[in-house]
Design a protein around this ligand. Structure first.
Ligand code: GDP
Length: 466
């Protein structure tokens, strides 16, 4: 993958050598994958193309003589790592470039090197096929050492949360996949508040991240935040059960919920259709905020828009899982064998399995992570900071009143805590109430924390000592 030419010769980036590589490289990129959404395509293509269009020196480039020795000229900024060279175009060769169109490539290389991680939670009543589906989704056996409980154990069992991690690699890209399972959920006789331990688990991951982020080792933070929760809805009920509503409402502000209709092979196609509509209506009616697919840009191509629409209309995804490979029409596929035929997991005429997997992995994994960071975690973080700030303000006021020095809880009077800070708290309050409104500005807000870094960690360490 690495490009040997890249090293050495960084000195003169303004020179433009000639590299008569085939400009059709770029077109091939596009044509290969007509269905790739634009944000998955190499992002530089558009930039370089629009560049060349308006270049007045273009006509001169025809008269430039090719010197083959300059083929390996180190003077021109080459796209490193041989991935995709934005300057590899005959039309561009007479223009002077600084070379920053390679930035996306640099990002690409770095992230590939670092690897990716993703944490998926599965929730719902046991026996709905959660573990089977996860195994089918990622083609691994994540549940090798699972112990199945008997009926008696299940009745007394509390919701216990387990974590399985696998490192998977595909075409040199590494993904650390963590599956968080909530076995036993809904099994007990009394299921009220069974969502509580799940909510606590999600909060604990946020808290850990918040602490790490305020600590000294920010470079190596282990991110265990839950990026998505697949919520399994029973195919045997009439739409949502009270437990489903309660669970989703308790969690929708903390995690991206993607509802799935389990064991869709137990329903006829028209039943699936009706159930989906009913469930979507109920989600709306109860004010449950499931994960919203981002809106498609108006300049996307028609194919992509169509796909996007289909995706939105598939909610809740009707899924079928299977751990066995069966033979269908001479091909070996994952499926379920019935006396009357075979249900294929990956056949989109049979269920939405492929749609769900594409959404989770190919098209929306990064968005799920972004929403987790920018909305769910940010809400948590804002609340934390608010309560910390309130504490300091209260403490300061108490100090002012009693004029006591050396209290048992010696938080220093922070110079920054003024009316200005209280205004900030109020603003933050507003924002938490309307998380969507301020979404864009979220990442800038680290700068206007009411606390200095030291104060923040000091308060945290004091809070945790209590
Ligand atoms: P979990 O408790 O939710 O993890 O459920 P399991 O994955 O252990 O599945 C429970 C049972 O349901 C097993 O016997 C599976 O073979 C079966 N099962 C799993 N997925 C499906 C499905 O999509 N359709 C049908 N009909 N059965 C399934």
């Amino acid at each position: 993958m690495q490009d040997p030419h890249h090293h050495g010769g960084h000195g003169n980036h303004h020179h433009h050598g000639h590299e008569p590589h085939d400009a059709s490289d770029r077109e091939a990129e596009g044509e290969d994958r007509p269905h790739t959404p634009s944000y998955l395509r190499p992002p530089v293509a558009g930039m370089a193309q629009s560049d060349s269009g308006s270049d007045p020196s273009l006509s001169q480039s025809r008269s430039v003589e090719f010197d083959l020795s300059s083929l390996v000229s180190p003077s021109r900024p080459k796209s490193p790592w041989g991935l995709f060279d934005p300057y590899n175009n005959n039309e561009d060769q007479d223009k002077e470039y600084v070379g920053f169109a390679t930035l996306p490539n640099q990002v690409h290389r770095k992230s590939v090197k670092k690897g990716f991680d993703f944490t998926l939670m599965v929730a719902g009543e046991s026996g709905l096929g959660k573990s089977t589906l996860v195994n089918s989704l990622f083609l691994t056996d994540l549940y090798k050492d699972r112990k199945l409980l008997n009926a008696e154990e299940r009745i007394t069992q509390t919701v216990e949360i387990t974590k399985h991690t696998v490192d998977i690699e595909e075409k040199g890209v590494k993904l650390k996949l963590t599956i968080v399972d909530t076995p036993g959920f809904g099994d007990a006789v009394n299921n009220t508040e069974c969502w509580k331990s799940v909510a606590d688990y999600i909060d604990q991951q946020f808290e850990q991240y918040f602490r790490d982020e305020s600590g000294l080792n920010r470079k190596n933070i282990q991110d265990n935040r839950v990026h998505c929760c697949l919520y399994f809805i029973s195919p045997f009920g009439h739409g949502l059960r009270p437990l489903d509503v309660e669970f989703m409402k308790a969690l929708h502000e903390k995690v991206n919920i993607v509802p799935v209709l389990a064991k869709a092979d137990t329903l006829t196609p028209s039943e699936v259709k009706k159930k989906k509509i009913k469930i979507r209506e109920e989600i709306e009616q109860y004010g449950i905020k499931i994960y919203q697919f981002p809106d498609c840009d108006s300049d996307e191509d028609e194919d992509f828009k169509q796909q996007d629409l289909e995706l939105k209309e598939s909610i809740p995804f009707a899924v079928i899982g299977s751990n066995t490979v069966v033979e269908a029409k001479g091909k070996r596929v994952r499926g379920r064998l019935y006396p009357w035929g075979i249900v294929e997991v990956e056949n989109s005429a049979h269920c939405d399995f492929v749609k769900l997997r594409n959404m989770l992995v190919r098209t929306h994994m990064q968005d799920l992570k972004d929403v987790t960071r920018e909305t769910h975690y940010e809400n948590y973080r804002a609340q934390c900071i608010q309560s910390m700030t309130r504490m300091v303000v209260k403490e300061r006021n108490r100090n002012k009143l009693t004029r006591e020095s050396g209290t048992d809880f010696p938080i220093p009077v922070v110079p920054g805590v003024t009316d200005e800070t209280e205004k900030l708290i109020r603003e933050k309050d507003e924002e938490v109430r309307h998380p969507d409104r301020e979404l864009e500005s979220h990442h800038h807000q680290h700068d206007d924390l009411p606390f200095s870094f030291q104060t923040q960690s000091l308060i945290i360490s004091q809070l945790t000592e209590e």
